[in-house]
Design a protein around this ligand. Structure first.
Ligand SMILES: [Zn+2]
Length: 425
């Protein structure tokens, strides 16, 4: 489905409807050159432009993914258990992967994302080494498999290379990696940083950093990762489960957010993934630093994580983004409405977030969290856009409310990444 593009030529698309920063536009011509929008003009005729029936939106940002968890879809719903028993099954999958199978799995998962209108994925990548923790000849071969997988699928990747050096946390401190976790680890944050220096950015890939969690990186090494990120995206799983908070308080007398603040990690390049079980002080720290909080509602439901305080985080100054995380579901519109609807059940209130806020989480806020200037249909931005069109949309008022609450990944008919059509159906 890929089409070649002459980078210097101007390409034109024409949309019946488009969700522009100023609101719903009609009869909109998009001009694209060098992979970016050069003009976005409502009230036009199609002329020779490629016509896109339906409504055009910015491409979706999937700010938190573990591609290989995709293989657990539909396989963890028997026998009861908890987040922690789910994690043992996830480790069993991780134990079987090598660079070739990781590439195959990433390609398939990212292709499903492309079909769902996701044009950028943030991959929280910690499957670094061979079983037993032995480095491959190329110590970044698994990250390179993700780069190739995203290229195969035609979407952009922010590789959030993840520091993971400890097996767990208790009042007694951090425990070593266990047998199945050994391949996640570099031994120390300094050696993690040396390995990550070997990863080069390319047109389709940015390199960012991640701390798996305060369970997996001791306090004195958090600042090493934050410094190595050097303003690039820095993502951390934060307070996903109450047990993480309890262990952190027992070991350090502080919450995960407090620890990260003390390490100098909280800034505008920081994204707290999940941010579910937060104290009032945590909300203030994350919001006050202008961080992004990435919620992953379909995964958080599946793993019985809880419901994060999204409204309070937004009020405190944080941005919100969305992730498909375990990839049991790949549908950013479902994540967006779930962000709102799960809170309705928990609070007994309706409309905590306007549809425009949810759309922003699915697009421009997620793009910023991943380091891309995309997510708005406006000149200068990367030309990533998707079209929704189906019988479901016929005759509807195609405003953000209908898109968020009435549409799903299956309504995506056309996807363009940097001026290149990657899905057309
Ligand atoms: Zn995750």
């Amino acid at each position: 489905m890929n089409q070649g593009v002459n980078a210097s030529a101007t390409q034109r698309w024409w949309a019946q409807y488009a969700l522009l920063p100023s609101g719903l536009g009609r009869d909109v011509t998009f001009e694209v050159s060098g992979g970016r929008f050069t003009a976005v003009t409502p009230g036009t005729v199609p002329g020779h432009a490629q016509v896109l029936p339906g409504v055009v939106l910015p491409g979706f940002a999937n700010a938190h993914s573990h591609a290989f968890h995709r293989s657990l879809r539909g396989r963890t719903h028997d026998g009861g258990g908890t987040f922690w028993t789910w994690r043992r099954r996830m480790y069993a999958v991780a134990a079987q992967l090598d660079p070739d199978s990781y590439l195959a799995l990433a390609t398939a998962t990212y292709a499903e994302m492309a079909l769902a209108g996701i044009t950028v994925v943030g991959e929280f990548h910690y499957l670094h080494h061979a079983p037993g923790g032995v480095a491959y000849d190329d110590p970044n071969v698994m990250g390179e498999a993700l780069r190739q997988g995203a290229a195969n699928a035609g979407i952009r990747l922010t590789l959030l290379d993840t520091c993971y050096v400890a097996g767990g946390l208790s009042a007694a401190g951090h425990s070593p990696l266990d047998r199945l976790q050994l391949r996640f680890g570099d031994g120390h944050a300094d050696r993690w940083a040396q390995r990550v220096e070997g990863l080069k950015e390319s047109a389709g890939m940015r390199v960012g950093a991640a701390v798996h969690s305060v369970r997996a990186v001791p306090r004195d090494q958090l600042a090493v990762v934050a410094a190595a990120a050097a303003g690039r995206p820095l993502h951390v799983h934060v307070s996903e489960q109450p047990a993480e908070n309890e262990a952190c308080l027992a070991a350090y007398g502080d919450t995960p957010s407090g620890l990260l603040a003390a390490a100098g990690a909280l800034a505008q390049n920081f994204t707290a993934v999940h941010a579910t079980h937060l104290t009032g002080r945590d909300v203030g720290l994350l919001g006050g630093a202008g961080t992004c909080c990435c919620l992953c509602p379909t995964t958080e439901r599946d793993l019985a994580d809880g419901i994060g305080p999204a409204e309070r985080l937004l009020d405190a100054g944080a941005a919100l983004a969305l992730g498909s995380d375990s990839n049991a579901v790949i549908d950013i519109l479902e994540e967006a409405r779930a962000l709102e609807l799960d809170q309705r059940r928990a609070t007994g209130r309706r409309v905590l977030h306007q549809p425009e806020e949810l759309l922003r989480a699915a697009t421009v806020s997620g793009m910023r969290a991943l380091g891309w200037d995309a997510g708005e249909l406006t000149p200068g931005m990367l030309a990533d856009f998707v079209t929704l069109n189906s019988a479901n949309l016929a005759g509807r008022t195609l405003d953000p409310a209908y898109v968020i609450y009435g549409c799903s990944a299956s309504d995506v008919t056309n996807v363009v990444v940097g001026g290149k059509t990657v899905v057309s159906r």
